[in-house]
Design a binder for this molecule. Structure first.
Ligand code: MG
Length: 467
C-alpha cells in the first residue's frame, strides 16, 4: 500500500546510498512495532459470508472491504466456540473456555440470572497490557459476567460502556420475535446499558447503539492518542433483535440484516478515518472479526456463512470460521492469508509485539502468529480443536478435519457419534460435503492421537455457567 511503499522506498533508497546501515533500518522497523496500539472490533453472530470482500453479493461494506485491501484478509481464522460466552472468554484469555470454566452443556452461555463469570484469576489481554503502561477500554457486549468481580472494569479495562449480555435477553413481552421486529420494539428487551459498573439506561435503546459504541471508541482514540492503548469494541449486532439508526433504515438491498451490517461497516470506516486524522494509523494494529457464525434459526435475520456448512451453535465450519481482517498500515503487508489462526492467538501475539512476557503459570492455547502476519517464519499453528461446550466434537490438522461427534446447532439434542469419524479435506472441500474417511485411515489415527494428547492437558475447574 501507499504508506508501506513510501517508507520501504525511503529505507531502501537510503540503504542503496549507504546512508543508513542495514542494522539501523531494522531498528527503525522494530521501533515502529514497540508498544503498538491494539483495537479489536468483534461483531456478534456475523457470518463468514456477510461481508462484501468475503463474497456477499448484496450487503455493501466498502469500508471493511477497503480495510481488507489495505490489510490482510484471513480465510482460515477461527473462534474457540460456536456461541458467545465461551468464544469471548477464549479471545480475551488466549485459553480454551474449558480451562476457565466458561463452557457448559447445560447452559451454553451466561444469562441474566447467572451468578458466574470469567474468574478473577484469569488474565485478560487488557490486564496484561494495562500492567505494562497501556490505556484500556471496553465498549459493547461483554457476556462474561454482569456483576462484580466479573465486569470489564474488574478484568483490566479502565472503562466500560455497553450491554453486559446478549441484546435478546431480558425479553419482557410474549409477542414472537418477527412481530416485534416488524414493530421495531426495542422496549420488549429490557437489556441494561452500563457505564463502568452502573446501569445508565434500561431498556437500552438499541436503535442507536451501534452509533453510540462507535462514538465512544472514537472519543477514546482521541483522548489516548499520545499513549499506547488497547480498545475492545464488541458490537452487539448483527445478533438478533436487529435495530439500526434512522439513516440506515431501508438502505440495504439485503433487508434489515443488510442495514445493520452496513451501519457497522460505516462505523469501521469512521474508526479507521479517526486513526488517520490523529496520525496514529501506522502505530495501530486493528483486527475485525466475529464471535461465532450466523444464527441460521432466524432465517433472513440471521446472516450467512457463505460457502461454509452450518452456523452458530455447531462445529461445522460455518459455526466457527469467521471473517477476519488485520490492518496496520505500513507494517502489515497487504494480501490474502490462508494460514490457520484463532482468536486465542491474539493474546500471545499482542504480548510478543508489546514485549510483554506471557505468564508461565497456566496453559495457553494461543500462539504468537506474528511470523505469519509479517511473513518472517512458519505458522506455529497447524491444529484447530472444535469444542461444543465442554466436549471436543472435531479436530482439524492441516487440511484435514475429523468430526467425532455432530449435532444440529439448535433444537435437537441428539448427538451422533462417528467411528470412524467423518473426514473432510477443507482445502479442496471447504463446504464439508465429501467424506473421505475410508481413504485415509492413517490421518484418522494421527488426529485421534492429537485428541488424546489434548484431553490429557485438561484439568477440571469450577463451572461458571452453571452457577
Ligand atoms: Mg454471538
Amino acid at each position: 500500500m501507499k504508506i508501506l511503499n513510501k517508507s520501504m522506498f525511503a529505507i531502501n533508497g537510503l540503504l542503496s546510498l549507504g546512508i543508513v546501515s542495514q542494522q539501523t533500518a531494522i531498528s527503525a522497523e522494530k521501533e515502529k512495532r514497540t508498544s503498538p496500539n491494539f483495537i479489536i472490533i468483534f461483531c456478534d453472530d456475523l457470518g463468514y459470508g456477510d461481508i462484501g470482500v468475503y463474497g456477499n453479493p448484496n450487503i455493501l461494506t466498502p469500508n471493511i472491504d477497503m480495510m481488507a485491501y489495505q490489510g490482510q484478509k484471513w480465510t482460515n481464522f477461527y473462534v474457540a466456540a460456536p456461541v458467545s460466552t465461551p468464544s469471548r472468554a477464549a479471545l480475551l484469555t488466549g485459553r480454551l473456555p474449558v480451562r476457565s470454566g466458561m463452557a457448559s452443556e447445560k447452559r451454553r452461555v451466561l444469562f441474566p440470572n447467572s451468578n458466574g463469570g470469567l474468574p478473577p484469576n484469569e488474565i485478560t489481554i487488557a490486564k496484561l497490557l494495562k500492567g505494562n503502561g497501556y490505556r484500556t477500554a471496553a465498549v459493547g457486549k461483554w457476556h462474561l459476567g454482569h456483576e462484580s468481580p466479573f465486569l470489564p472494569t474488574d478484568h483490566g479495562f479502565e472503562s466500560y460502556f455497553g450491554i453486559p449480555y446478549s441484546n435478546d435477553m431480558d425479553k419482557i413481552e410474549a409477542t414472537d420475535y418477527f412481530t416485534l421486529a416488524e414493530m421495531e420494539r426495542f422496549q420488549a428487551y429490557n437489556v441494561p446499558l452500563m457505564r463502568d459498573d452502573k446501569i445508565v439506561e434500561r431498556p437500552a435503546d438499541q436503535r442507536t447503539i451501534t452509533r453510540r459504541y462507535t462514538e465512544e471508541i472514537i472519543g477514546k482514540i482521541r483522548s489516548y492518542k499520545k499513549e499506547p492503548f488497547f480498545l475492545y469494541l464488541a458490537y452487539s449486532f448483527p445478533h438478533i433483535p436487529l435495530f439500526r439508526s434512522p439513516e440506515f433504515k431501508g438502505r440495504s438491498k439485503a433487508g434489515i440484516y443488510g442495514d445493520v451490517v452496513e451501519e457497522i461497516d460505516w462505523s469501521v470506516g469512521r474508526i479507521l478515518e479517526t486513526l488517520k486524522e490523529e496520525k496514529i494509523a501506522e502505530k495501530t494494529f486493528v483486527i475485525f472479526t466475529s464471535d461465532n457464525g450466523p444464527w441460521l434459526t432466524y432465517g433472513t435475520h440471521g446472516g450467512s456463512a457463505g460457502l461454509l456448512r452450518g452456523g452458530k451453535g455447531g462445529t461445522f465450519e460455518g459455526g466457527m470460521r469467521e471473517p477476519a481482517i488485520l490492518w496496520w498500515p505500513g507494517t502489515i503487508k497487504p494480501g490474502v492469508v490462508t494460514e490457520m489462526a484463532t482468536t486465542m492467538d491474539l493474546l500471545p501475539t499482542f504480548c510478543s509485539l508489546a514485549k510483554i512476557p506471557l505468564p508461565n503459570d497456566r496453559t495457553y492455547d494461543g500462539y504468537d502468529i506474528s511470523p505469519v502476519i509479517f511473513g518472517t517464519g512458519p505458522n506455529p499453528r497447524d491444529v484447530i480443536i472444535y469444542y461444543r461446550d465442554t466436549e471436543v466434537y472435531a479436530i482439524r490438522k492441516g487440511a484435514y478435519k475429523a468430526h467425532f461427534i455432530t449435532q444440529p446447532e439448535y433444537g435437537d439434542n441428539t448427538k451422533t457419534f462417528h467411528n470412524p469419524p467423518l473426514l473432510y479435506n477443507l482445502d479442496i472441500d471447504p463446504s464439508e460435503k465429501f467424506d473421505i474417511a475410508k481413504k485415509h485411515p492413517e490421518i484418522i489415527t494421527e488426529i485421534k492421537k492429537i485428541l488424546e494428547e489434548h484431553l490429557s492437558t485438561i484439568v477440571p475447574v469450577e463451572n461458571q455457567l452453571e452457577k
